[in-house]
Design a protein around this ligand. Structure first.
Ligand SMILES: O=C(O)c1ccccc1NCC(=O)[C@H](O)[C@H](O)COP(=O)(O)O
Length: 206
């Protein structure tokens, strides 16, 4: 099966349209004010409206208030929610919307148990643990921590680049790759050549 690609942290319509033209499967919009990639609801609505059919929009939150999540769902075309904080499963499933749970991987993280805990998730996104940074850190983690026992689609994130995408696919065999820093020209500004290379390398490896 083809490895899907999600590119996260868009802040400009032009970059998201460029990714769509290159064949990205999903784009991520960050609703987390401390992030340099944070978008307003108005920015997100413009980006989402500009995208063609069959490019998924993932709205990302970090321990957000339910009122914010509901407002985003009311005002922005969103296909999937991504919970990137410490949200328990019962808080992820109240929105009647498919969701991804992000896990910041540490040596003792039990991915098999987490797949059971978040059994109704559309995927488990495994990202690097970086103290003080919730995501988009550009750091990787030890892929040997990822078990071969899988009951959910595994989305690999953390320090991915066009240079290591192929190796990541061979080593982990994930459902999808998720990248942010590795295809940027600056925080929240995507680089067309890097996005093209990332998608090309992913397609070549599958
Ligand atoms: O991108 C952010 O700034 C961000 C902030 C807070 C929580 C999550 C965030 N990004 C989440 C993503 O899905 C990133 O793509 C993922 O962490 C990988 O990032 P990177 O290592 O930079 O490729």
């Amino acid at each position: 099966m083809r490895t899907r690609v999600k590119i996260c942290g868009f802040t400009h319509v032009e970059d998201a349209l460029c990714a769509a033209n290159l064949g990205v499967d999903a784009i991520g919009l960050v609703f987390y004010p401390p992030s340099p990639r944070n978008v307003s609801i108005e920015q997100a609505a413009s980006i989402s409206r500009a995208l063609p059919a069959f490019v998924n929009v993932v709205a990302l939150f970090v321990d957000a208030a339910p009122a914010l999540i509901r407002e985003v769902l009311n005002k922005v075309r969103v296909d999937c929610l991504q919970f990137h904080g410490d949200e328990p499963a019962e808080d992820c499933r109240i929105y009647d919307k498919s969701y991804i749970k992000a896990i910041r991987m540490q040596a003792d993280t039990d991915v098999v148990a987490l797949q059971q805990q978040y059994h109704d998730a559309a995927g488990l996104l495994l990202d690097a643990y970086h103290p003080g940074v919730q995501g988009g850190s550009g750091s990787g983690f030890d892929w040997d921590l990822i078990p071969t026992t899988r009951s959910l689609p595994i989305i690999l994130a953390g320090g991915l680049t066009p240079e290591n995408a192929g190796e990541a696919i061979k080593a982990v065999k994930p459902y999808a790759l998720d990248v942010s820093s590795g295809v940027e020209a600056g925080k929240g500004i995507k680089d067309a050549a890097k996005m093209a290379a990332f998608i090309r390398k992913t397609n070549q490896a599958t």
